[in-house]
Design a protein around this ligand. Structure first.
Ligand code: GCU
Length: 651
């Protein structure tokens, strides 16, 4: 039986799968060969498109003049598909069901192009085997963090009123959007696992199973964040020591019951010994001991533990100049390289700090030769405008992934993004933030893809050709624009403490969080050189250790991440640091003004609902960008006493 296509609840934005995207395929004749649940998903998709646009779909019929043949030729777990177009017929073949599903969405993406001209057989396969979205969703609304930690798109898609939503049509529709951009795994709860959420592992696993059931038809496996202290919290054991036999048995039993409920369960995500979460340090054990215990519980069932490397001292004394948070992941985990089980994946944030608008790539990524790594990106825009600002992160992610792939050492096998989705009608709050989720999925499939081509694809699917030029003008440079009006030259933070929205130059300067800029009357930046600083630069392999070591060779955009320099230091651009700060802040605001103007001109080319939401958000983005400009410029004018060469208004 063909699997029905999820019906979007009234008023929910179709994102990159509007019905118009299915016209080319839905108006033609398609043959589907093969059997299995995901083949039924594909059949349901094609049948729905044909019902709408007058085409026809057959199953396993004799050869006829079909325009499109979608054929499953095997029964393996491959996600690859072959695509060719010969003599007026387009053929997609796959040896695994997921491959067929991805091949189908490839045809959707190509639109009319899939049915014109000839194309020799091309094999498409994902470069990375796991492409996962992590939701930081709480089941119970958290008193400080709300329902979705760092969520800017309303409540959770999965959880409402303290339990799993009773109705999964929206989750199915979400799974469909994810599959269409290549995502194949989702974790459904926050990495900070509070009391209620801890129980999802045991007596509330049925709720997770329902969500997993909604995702399954689109080839998505469900994962769960668990607390390391689960045996204590849930069952009153007096220890969670990973080497204690009772603890190991507890996890083995709990995990076996998870698999009874969800046979294709993906595994656990764990934040341990991080920002107050429990972990193996309490028992004098290593993070490999901790991860391997969970890996052992998952191994008989084919599951994986994603163990996060975001481990640092969040109670640092700001007076202490020897501790450097940027060093922490490498210092903690490098000694454990080779000690992790085969099904334990180390999940590393892309930068050494915390998802700032500009950071160097974490040196840990290319240092762990004997471990499996997942790189973690943040689609939710915690530090990049909180989905009130336009900030398309494709170029940043692309730079990060290319840098990581270009190193001598090993690269990474998996890509993870913290989700930016909630129950907002536009999915991501800001309608243009959908581009970040889409870009993530496509980059996870092909990390060296050109992000602008991906954006173009997203625009074409979501909006059609009409507003494409305007949307590129608004989005292409939006990350660099955001960088210009916020914290300069890689120094990071300068945000309001707690919620992290809007400027507060010294908001974290004397805090325990380890995120300082050290601005004084003479200069600014963090000395992370080996020669005179914290030594962080030495965590890189050559040539980067040398490049970052000296302010003369360090790239401008990271100068203040690696060095403390005088305001008069001349950048490679030829400008002084202080003049760069002034200029970029004026430019950044001017660029937002221009983007808002371009957006205004797109009225009539995009749906009124989208146009109105983005227009409203531009008002806030402009207000906030001006606030950033004026606070940053005033602060540094007052600190340095150096006037703006161009005599502009600084307060
Ligand atoms: C950031 C974020 C937290 C989150 C943490 C993490 O620090 O502000 O809300 O829990 O990252 O990645 O674990």
């Amino acid at each position: 039986m063909p699997h029905p296509v999820p019906v979007l609840p009234e008023g929910v934005d179709p994102a990159w799968l509007p019905s118009a995207a299915f016209r080319p395929l839905g108006s033609r004749r398609t043959l589907i060969r093969g059997s299995g649940p995901l083949v039924e998903t594909v059949h349901g998709e094609v049948a729905e498109a044909c019902a709408r646009f007058g085409g026809r779909v057959d199953r396993d019929a004799a050869p006829e003049p079909y325009d499109l043949v979608l054929e499953l030729t095997g029964d393996d777990s491959s996600e690859a598909f072959g695509y060719e177009r010969v003599d007026g017929r387009t053929t997609v073949t796959a040896t695994g069901q997921r491959g067929l599903l991805y091949g189908f969405f490839h045809v959707v993406r190509l639109g009319e192009e899939a049915f014109g001209g000839d194309c020799q057989r091309v094999l498409h396969e994902p470069a990375l085997g796991l492409r996962m979205v992590n939701h930081w969703d709480n089941v119970a609304v958290h008193p400080v963090m709300g329902q979705v930690e760092r969520g800017y798109a309303g409540g959770s898609l999965f959880w409402a009123d303290g339990r799993a939503r009773g109705e999964f049509e929206r989750v199915r529709a979400y799974g469909r959007l994810l599959a269409a951009c290549g995502v194949n795994a989702v974790s459904v709860n926050n990495v900070n696992v509070h009391e209620t959420e801890a129980r999802l592992l045991t007596d509330r696993i049925g709720e997770v199973a329902d969500i997993a059931g909604a995702f399954r038809p689109y080839g998505i496996r469900t994962h769960l964040s668990v607390t390391f202290a689960a045996p204590i919290v849930l069952d009153g054991l007096e220890t969670a020591d990973p080497l204690d036999e009772r603890v190991r048995e507890w996890w083995a039993g709990a995990t076996a019951r998870v698999y009874e409920a969800i046979p294709d369960f993906g595994g656990f995500v764990v934040k341990a010994d991080s920002e107050g979460q429990p972990g193996p340090f309490a028992y004098g054990r290593t993070h490999a001991d901790g991860a391997n215990m969970l890996a052992a519980a998952l191994e008989p069932h084919g599951g994986t533990v994603h163990w996060r490397a975001f481990v640092y001292d969040h109670r640092q004394d700001w007076r202490d100049r020897t501790t450097d948070r940027a060093r922490a992941a490498y210092d903690h985990f490098l000694p454990l390289d080779g000690a992790f089980a085969a099904n334990a994946v180390l999940q590393v944030k892309h930068g050494p700090m915390d998802f700032q608008v500009r950071e160097p790539v974490s040196p840990l990524i290319s240092a762990m030769s004997h471990s499996t790594l997942a790189v973690e990106l943040q689609a939710t825009q915690e530090y990049t405008g909180q989905q009130r600002h336009v900030c398309w992160l494709g170029p940043m992610w692309s730079e990060v992934l290319r840098f990581a792939a270009d190193q001598e050492g090993p690269a990474f096998e998996e890509l993870v993004a913290v989700s930016n989705v909630g129950d907002d009608p536009f999915w991501t709050g800001h309608p243009l933030a959908q581009a970040n989720l889409y870009t993530f999925g496509r980059l996870a499939w092909q990390p060296d893809a050109d992000p602008v081509v991906i954006l173009d694809e997203w625009i074409g699917l979501t909006f059609g050709a009409g507003p494409a030029a305007g949307l590129h003008a608004v989005l292409d440079g939006s990350w660099r624009t955001y960088e210009k009006y916020t914290a300069p030259l890689g120094v990071g933070f300068m945000v309001q403490p707690g919620h992290h929205y809007g400027p507060s130059v010294d908001g974290y300067e004397y805090s325990p969080w380890g995120t300082y800029h050290f601005a004084d009357r003479d200069g600014i930046g963090v000395d992370r050189s080996v020669a005179s600083g914290t030594g962080y630069a030495g965590q890189y392999a050559k040539p980067w250790a040398e490049i970052y070591e000296s302010p003369d060779t360090c790239p401008d955009e990271l100068l203040l991440f690696f060095h403390h320099v005088p305001y008069g230091h001349v950048l490679k651009s030829g400008k002084t640091v202080i003049q760069h700060i002034y200029d970029t802040h004026f430019e950044g605001v001017a660029e937002v003004e221009e983007a808002a103007r371009v957006w205004e001109s797109l009225a009539g080319l995009v749906t009124p609902a989208r146009h109105q939401r983005v227009t409203e958000l531009f008002v806030e983005q402009l207000r906030c960008a001006r606030e950033w400009r004026d606070q940053i410029n005033s602060y540094f004018l007052r600190k340095s006493g150096v006037p703006d060469e161009r005599g502009r208004v600084i307060y």
